[in-house]
Design a protein around this ligand. Structure first.
Ligand code: MN
Length: 266
């Protein structure tokens, strides 16, 4: 199988190497990742500056690409320019830090997987719950298992798997659960500080949300030391609300708009 891997923690990330090591036995693994950490930069792409790439040698002397761009840039560039062959699978990770709940909206890890999915390639994001993980091998073993079973998982088009792994030895993992996102807001705040020249600046603080009351969500199962797997759709349309919205007469709304426009001109 041909597997393209990337990592928003950058080309030097320990989690990228762990993923590469576990996948490279029996697979052709292609690597392109940002040349420095680009966590929480979401699905941005570079339109205002050129995308440079440099060759970075892996421990087994394979060419890896370090890209001066975002995680989504790396996937785009990999698919459109760097690699001759189309991969069968794209894996983003293994990220240092949990990507559950609303974190998926900011995550570069998740965005990279989503970018691959937009090109019709099965994709998954894999993250360890700890900011400085001690057990990448647990996430790596799971990534390998899911990669080997990718066909039987039958991931639909425009859907990715978002996988979060408790930072524990495999023997201490409670199991695997499938669940939805926990949208509870984390405790966040902005700290105002002062630079050495007396000018103020701001920095985000983050505190893990209090334990959720909703059972079966990604965060709730992670709190109980289960691996969490959430399917995420790239089509963000709220089809349920769309049906309700259709109860509103758009012609009527348009007539009102025209009337308002006339009023404001007179
Ligand atoms: Mn990251």
């Amino acid at each position: 199988m041909k597997i393209f891997i990337t990592n928003d923690d950058g080309i030097h990330a320990e989690g990228l190497l762990a993923l590469y090591r576990v996948l490279s036995n029996g697979n052709e693994v292609m690597v392109a990742a940002p040349d420095s950490e680009r966590s929480a930069e979401g699905h941005g792409i570079s339109l205002q500056r050129p995308l440079r790439k440099a060759l970075h040698s892996s421990p087994d002397k394979q060419p890896w690409y370090a890209v001066a761009g975002t995680p989504a840039d790396c996937v785009k560039l990999g698919l459109l320019a760097l690699f001759e062959d189309r991969p069968d699978l794209v894996i983003s990770g293994i990220n240092a830090g949990v990507n559950d709940g609303i974190n998926v909206l900011y995550s570069g890890t998740v965005a990279a997987a989503r970018e691959a999915s937009l090109y019709g390639i099965p994709a998954m994001a894999v993250s360890m719950t700890a900011g400085r993980p001690g057990y990448y091998e647990t996430g790596a073993a799971l990534a390998r298992l899911l990669a080997d079973r990718i066909d039987s998982l039958r991931i639909p088009p425009y859907t990715i798997l978002n996988v979060n792994v408790p930072d524990l030895p495999l023997s201490e993992i409670a199991g695997i659960r499938f669940g939805g996102l926990d949208m509870t807001r984390p405790g966040d705040w902005v700290e105002k500080r002062e630079d050495p020249r007396g000018r103020e600046y701001f920095w985000y603080g983050y505190q893990k949300p209090a334990v959720t009351e909703k059972s079966g969500t990604d965060r709730e199962v992670l709190n109980r030391n289960y691996v969490s797997i959430t399917p995420l759709g790239c089509d963000m349309t709220d089809y349920h609300f769309l049906e309700n919205l259709k109860q509103t007469n758009p012609e009527r709304l348009f007539e009102e708009l025209l009337a308002t426009g006339r009023d404001s001109l007179s």
